[in-house]
Ligand binder design. Structure first.
Ligand code: ATP
Length: 305
């Protein structure tokens, strides 16, 4: 299965804090680590772990962080022929604060990722055309996302969009998606006024044309809405170490399923297992391999049965 991911590539600074800062607070962190991140890169790395051949379309700066981020793709085996190195720009960074309960708050300075342009998509057109699935997020400019969606549609390649962080989306873009994946906050923000809860937000987004809508609900699991109806996907009870990357693991596993031609509900079951393994490990690129996710799911099903 071949996947092409168009999106952000950032260096994460993870700070362990007793509590997330509120306006006016200064919080002293207990520890500080750096690791590769960015929703696009995280999802690309997860897709690779899940067994896909992956091409990344993105941009990094010509700084030390950029070199480290490219080396990470090489180490993991994600193709980076379409990752542009932008001379004189810094790479994107994210400050990820993780509190004692494993919850997080994130600040992003996109740097070179913010300059990813439709021209980069045009240059990567063969990688889009040749893919079994194209996966996107909203940490890069919307015009770039739209150009990639159009290119994938024109080639008949299924498109999965993780609309994070949320921003208003045109109906034409929603209608071009095979699967839209959002968390509860993003679902409510995208659906706008009138959506009282995650389910009504998902229904509104489905009505605007997405083929299927998946809303993730943290420890409460996820909800899948499509033409066949509504399916609740339970989360697995696990010991949480760091929820950073749970969403990315979930989204990538959905895209892996779509690329392999699987039903979105079956894909969501595997996604829930992948995310449950990711929250038990620190860092944003902590997703399991396909074998690990399948073994976890089988063990849980045996216990339940
Ligand atoms: P993040 O941005 O923190 O990576 P998110 O807000 O995009 O995450 P969530 O809805 O928090 O996404 O989580 C995605 C999926 O991860 C959930 O649908 C669930 O399957 C799994 N998950 C999240 N938190 C937990 C948890 N505490 N225990 C088990 N599974 C979890």
């Amino acid at each position: 299965m071949r996947a092409t991911v168009v999106g952000s590539i950032h260096l994460d600074w993870t700070l362990r804090v007793p509590a997330l800062p509120r306006p006016g607070d200064t919080v002293l962190a207990g520890s500080r680590t750096t690791s590769p991140g960015g929703k696009g890169a995280n999802q690309a790395v997860t897709l690779r772990r899940l067994g896909a051949e992956v091409e990344m379309v993105g941009a990094v700066g010509s700084d030390e962080a950029g070199a480290e981020l490219l080396a990470n793709f090489d180490a993991v085996g994600v193709g980076r022929a379409h990752v542009r190195v932008v001379d004189g720009e810094p790479s994107g960074i994210a400050i990820v604060a993780v509190d004692a309960t494993g919850d997080n708050g994130i600040l992003v300075a996109p740097g070179a990722s913010g300059g990813l342009a439709p021209a980069d998509v045009a240059a990567a057109e063969p990688a889009l055309r040749g893919a079994d699935v194209v996966l996107l997020q909203l940490e890069v400019p919307l015009e770039t996302v739209s150009a990639a969606v159009d290119a994938a549609r024109a080639a008949g390649v299924p498109v999965v969009l993780n609309a994070a962080p949320a921003r208003p989306l045109p109906d034409a873009l929603l209608a071009a998606l095979d699967v839209l994946v959002v968390n509860e906050r993003e679902a409510l923000a995208l659906a706008g006024e009138g959506a009282a809860d995650a389910e009504s937000a998902a229904a509104a987004l489905l009505a605007r044309g997405a083929g299927a809508v998946v809303v993730t609900l943290g420890a409460d699991g996820a909800l899948v809405l499509d033409a066949a109806g509504r399916t609740a996907i339970p989360a697995h009870r696990v010991e949480v170490v760091d929820t950073t990357g749970a969403g990315d693991a979930f989204v990538a596993a959905i895209a892996a399923g779509v690329g392999a031609g699987r039903d979105v509900r079956d894909s969501a079951l595997l996604a829930s297992a992948a995310a449950a393994l990711a929250v038990q490990r620190p860092g944003a690129q902590s997703a399991p391999t396909l074998a690990e996710a399948q073994a976890f799911l089988a063990a849980r099903e045996r216990t339940a049965g």
